[in-house]
Ligand binder design. Structure first.
Ligand SMILES: Cc1cc2nc3c(=O)[nH]c(=O)nc-3n(C[C@H](O)[C@H](O)[C@H](O)COP(=O)(O)OP(=O)(O)OC[C@H]3O[C@@H](n4cnc5c(N)ncnc54)[C@H](O)[C@@H]3O)c2cc1C
Length: 726
């Protein structure tokens, strides 16, 4: 079944463990293309969440980095929200992007908090927050920390009669020793005597009535299925859980699996619980692996009951826990709390093994070559080859002028491309388009059309078709928001053995056509003027971040932040400057501009200065100098820390050639300034690395007079990082 596209929908506990198995034992992984889709790049291990609330663990300690895990398992990762399934066409529908086709689909998307409980006094929705998703309820709890030492603050209410509500009540008591805490349980709900005694001893008030006034409330009223699952047409039980056979295949849909809270075996119904989600990982993996080998699927019978440990984080004494087995509950004992801690830590630390695999690799094997724009040729060989060539007239500007459309409009063109930076083919296409368009923007142009060349791995046609569709949709989505179109292109099939995941084997390039309304509005690369200020449009550091990512060492939020910024079109900031120019047709707003890509800030600024000074010298004028204010250079979150750990792009060493221009020759001279507090050597050295860090979807850099710089700084997102002087 090599032509399969197995889609893992949701990165819950089960899929995380399946991926871990394939990362550790790659030979077990089914053949074909595998994609994980999740609405966040991390998933939370729920067993430790009450510990986070109690302040026992940090939230980072209980996160599973799905993007890294998928990457180590050779699986593509798509960061997107699933909105539905088209069962007939076998498509998973995603929010804000094209659907993906599957031949096999496994659902592990969990559930949401059940907000339909009658006892729930809805009130102001900002004051009443469901426990799931955990990210949101945790933010709510942090916001409520302002009242943590205030015994006269409004009581904090937890609605819920189950273990989750009680465990959270104990954890909040530990977090807020003084605040009044109310646990609202269902009328008629009987709580075991010893548990009740402990709730009261910790000053947690139990009530069966709805609080009459609006208090901040956390809702822990059990769970229910997502609406799109209920509306999908799949067989479901009363709670909306997808009914499966003992093989975990959905009834009547052999190509579909459902596990964890969102699924239930029809003949072995069990209450939703993380325990079953975890235990179903092995049978699911075995059956997915078996299908790919044409083996008969195995049946799984979960045990009837599972042991549960309920931690009560005591304020004064050591933490204790109850143990429950069906109706029996014993405790609380300190050793049970220690046992729970041991089990939880063992579970979460399994995922560290993925990092361990990596650290061995990076010490023993050759450094992994960086992707994206860091995969371009170094400056020296490129420059030498171009200098030998006298066939084409090489342009110093970012785009070349390819003719006039009419007496005023000029057509410009540029081309760019790279091997896939990330395993999501759609997002990669989009990033490629933004990256390639930046050459047109850097000339003050508007993009009108583009043609692509997509080199696909040598894999079955149906998989090539799906990958090509995703890449082209990604490119097109980035063009259409600028009013441009993808008008044509070409494909190639690689003769190399494809890398896994297959989506990483794609290499694409884009020829972009743009137009400049009036030739005099063209922004040259050279053209800096004395007194010009240098403005940059977005942070630096993508080369460092992606190098750390390829080594499995970047915190998920750091990569999420960078990708979010890179995934923004910069055409509007160009349009704004053009509007300003139209209002002041006699003045030139941008004297010089470029986009920062593979050669880093210093490399591209060197090109600007070289071109400017060559004109100065032709006119017998003094050459200019660039002063960079290091402290003002914006960096992506986490970049400094990653640099301190030694991460840098594989293209960065070649870019160091530009460092000679610092305090260098009169005709190409840079001066670096930093304020006193940070002028130490290690800061300076780190900044040198940032100056030569290659950027994918990097910033635009403009030089303009202080009058216009003020306007641009006010409008944003520009940041002033230096100036031009003689
Ligand atoms: C406070 C609390 C404490 C708990 N403690 C325990 C415990 O100690 N032991 C225990 O066994 N159980 C516990 N549970 C129950 C446990 O949380 C669930 O049973 C368990 O998380 C289910 O795991 P899962 O793999 O099915 O889904 P989840 O862990 O919920 O994971 C689902 C994943 O799918 C993603 N997702 C959801 N919707 C979409 C979408 N539309 N598109 C893309 N991705 C999506 C989510 O972001 C998430 O990453 C606790 C529950 C609570 C509320």
């Amino acid at each position: 079944m090599f032509s399969d596209h197995l889609v893992l929908a949701g990165g819950g506990h089960t899929h995380a463990l399946v991926l871990l198995r394939w990362a550790m034992y790659p030979k077990l992984k089914p053949a074909g293309m595998i994609t994980l889709v999740n609405k966040s790049s991390t998933t939370i291990y729920s067993g430790m969440f009450p510990g986070v609330v109690a302040g026992k663990y940090k939230i980072d300690e209980i996160l599973i980095d799905l993007r890294n895990l998928a990457s180590k398992a050779g699986v593509s990762f798509i960061h997107a929200e699933i909105e539905g399934i088209d069962l007939k066409k076998k498509k998973l529908l995603l929010a804000g992007r094209p659907e993906i086709e599957y031949s096999l689909l496994s659902l592990n998307i969990g559930t949401k908090t059940n907000l339909n409980a009658k006892s729930f006094n809805r009130g102001d929705k900002d004051l009443a927050v469901p426990i799931k998703p955990f990210y949101e309820s945790y933010k709510f709890i942090i916001d409520q920390d302002i009242h943590k030492d205030d015994s006269s603050a409004k009581p904090f209410v937890i609605i819920g009669s189950g273990f989750a509500g009680m465990e959270i009540a104990f954890s909040l008591r530990k977090r807020w020793p003084k605040r009044s805490i109310l646990l609202k349980i269902k009328s008629g709900r009987k709580i075991k005597k010893n548990l009740l005694r402990n709730l009261k001893a910790q000053n947690i008030e139990i009530t069966q009535k709805n609080p009459s006034i609006l208090y901040p409330t956390l809702i822990c009223t059990g769970n229910k299925s997502f609406d799109w699952i209920k509306n999908s047409g799949l067989p479901i039980d009363k709670k909306g859980r997808v009914l499966t056979k003992k093989t975990l295949q959905v009834l009547n849909y052999p190509e579909l699996f459902a596990v964890g809270d969102c699924g239930v075996i029809k003949d072995h119904s069990r209450p939703s619980s993380g325990v079953w989600a975890v235990r179903s990982a092995k049978p699911l993996a075995i059956n997915l692996e078996g299908l790919s080998k044409g083996l008969k699927l195995e049946e799984w019978k979960p045990q009837r009951k599972a042991i549960q440990l309920l931690d009560i984080s005591s304020i004064k004494k050591e933490s204790k826990a109850f143990i429950s087995w069906g109706e029996i509950m014993i405790g609380p004992f300190g050793f049970l709390s220690r046992l729970k801690e041991l089990i939880d830590k063992q579970f979460i630390s399994k995922f560290d093994l993925v990092k361990d695999i990596d650290s061995d690799m990076s010490t023993e094997e050759e450094m992994i070559k960086c992707r994206g724009c860091a995969a371009k040729l170094a400056f020296s060989p490129l420059n030498s080859a171009l200098n030998k060539l006298d066939l084409i007239e090489s342009s110093a500007d970012d785009s070349i002028d390819i003719g006039e459309l009419n007496s005023s409009k000029t057509l410009i063109q540029s081309v760019d491309g790279f091997p896939s930076l990330i395993s999501d083919p759609w997002l990669n296409g989009r990033l490629l388009a933004f990256h390639a368009c930046s050459d047109i923007w850097a000339c003050g142009g508007s993009v009108i059309s583009a043609q692509s060349v997509v080199n696909l791995p040598s894999i079955p046609n149906n998989l090539q078709q799906e990958l090509l569709f995703q890449v082209l949709e990604g490119i097109n989505s980035a063009l259409t928001i600028q009013g441009a179109k993808l008008v044509g292109g070409h494909t190639l099939e690689s003769r190399k053995i494809s890398e896994e995941p297959f989506s990483l084997g794609i290499e694409s390039s884009l020829t972009v056509n743009g137009v400049i309304d009036n030739k005099k509005y063209f922004w040259p690369k050279g053209g800096m003027k004395k007194g010009d200020q240098i403005l940059i449009s977005r942070p630096l550091g993508t080369g460092i971040i992606f190098s750390a990512f390829m080594n499995g060492q970047v915190k998920p939020y750091i990569l999420d932040n960078a990708l979010k910024e890179m995934n923004k079109s910069q055409h509007e900031i160009v349009n704004y400057i053009n509007e300003l120019t139209n209002l002041n047709p006699r003045s030139k707003i941008v004297n010089a501009c470029t986009d920062i890509t593979g050669f880093g800030l210093l490399g591209h600024l060197s090109e600007m200065l070289e071109s400017t000074n060559s004109d100065q010298l032709k006119m017998n004028l003094e050459p200019f100098k660039v002063t960079l204010e290091l402290n003002n250079i914006p960096l992506y979150d986490g970049v400094k820390e990653l640099l301190d750990k030694g991460f840098e792009s594989t293209l960065a060493p070649a870019n160091q050639i530009f460092l000679k221009n610092i305090d260098g020759d009169k005709n190409l001279r840079f001066e670096l300034k930093s304020n006193d507090s940070s002028s130490n050597r290690s800061y300076y050295n780190s900044m040198l690395k940032i100056l030569v860090d290659p950027q994918t979807c990097g910033p635009l850099l403009v030089c303009c007079s202080s009058i216009y710089s003020e306007k641009l700084l006010q409008k944003g997102p520009w940041i002033k990082i230096g100036f031009i002087s003689e």
